[in-house]
Write a protein that binds this ligand. Structure first.
Ligand SMILES: Cc1cc2nc3c(=O)[nH]c(=O)nc-3n(C[C@H](O)[C@H](O)[C@H](O)COP(=O)(O)O)c2cc1C
Length: 215
């Protein structure tokens, strides 16, 4: 399956078979998440793979009892890490060292970061934005490997933190029930392309027609 196929085949799966997911597949999808890009290469994320029935039960409670939590054999919890995010200028300097980005750009970036007034995002928002990219990598990799997933944000953050014994600087961002799908749903509604994509400005809807499978 190529990337476009995975994008078009992915669905939110809410019915799972109980079959366990081989460890090597889990490693592959975690590795896909690790490979995700992030601002200044900060990588402010952690992923906890939960398989024990007791912890899954606690996470189901934290997700307001959403039924898929009682079926999926694996729940991946994506976490943001404020301590790791604070090290982002160190990561940025590494980018200079490996020749990926000009020192001049990183210097300007540092000046903007140091001045609260010119920061575009609060730290937790930036952590979340970066973490979401990694989660999308994880989900598309799982799709490629024949696994079903669902993004879950309808959740009680404090309960998840308690269930996983998280330190203060680490906070839950999204949960991903994961396993072999027990349903094959059609694609869900989307706004048409010409309502979401534009040429040059919002007065010119994008003209191209794209079929459901992206061909
Ligand atoms: C950030 C985010 C949070 C979501 N939270 C939930 C959730 O708590 N429960 C749920 O059943 N689906 C959740 N979804 C799945 C959406 O309902 C789903 O992506 C949307 O309806 C489109 O369907 P599709 O994913 O099958 O294309 C979430 C999706 C995203 C991206």
């Amino acid at each position: 399956m190529n990337t476009l196929e995975a994008i078009h085949r992915r669905r939110s799966i809410r019915r799972f078979r109980p079959d366990p997911v081989p460890e090597e597949l889990l490693t592959k999808i975690l590795e896909a998440a690790r490979r995700a890009p992030s601002g200044t290469n900060a990588q402010p994320w952690k992923f906890v793979v939960v398989r024990s029935p007791e912890r899954r039960e606690a996470l189901a409670e934290a997700a307001y009892g959403q039924a898929m939590f009682h079926q999926a054999p694996v729940i991946v919890v994506a976490l943001g890490d404020r301590k790791v995010y604070k090290r982002r200028m160190r990561r940025a300097k590494e980018l200079i060292d490996v020749g990926a980005i000009d020192a001049e750009v990183i210097e300007k970036l540092g000046n903007v970061y140091r001045n609260r007034a010119t920061q575009t995002l609060e730290p937790d928002q930036a952590i979340m934005a970066n973490c979401m990219i990694a989660v999308d990598h994880l989900i598309l990799a799982a799709t490629d490997l024949g696994l079903g997933t669902c993004w879950v944000r309808f959740m009680k953050v404090e309960e998840i933190a308690a269930a996983l014994g998280l330190p203060e600087e680490v906070f839950p961002i999204v949960m991903i029930p994961l396993g072999y799908a027990d349903e094959d749903p059609p694609s869900r509604p989307r706004y048409p392309l010409d309502e979401v994509a534009f040429a040059e400005d919002l007065d010119h809807p994008w003209p191209a027609e794209v079929t459901e499978d992206g061909a």
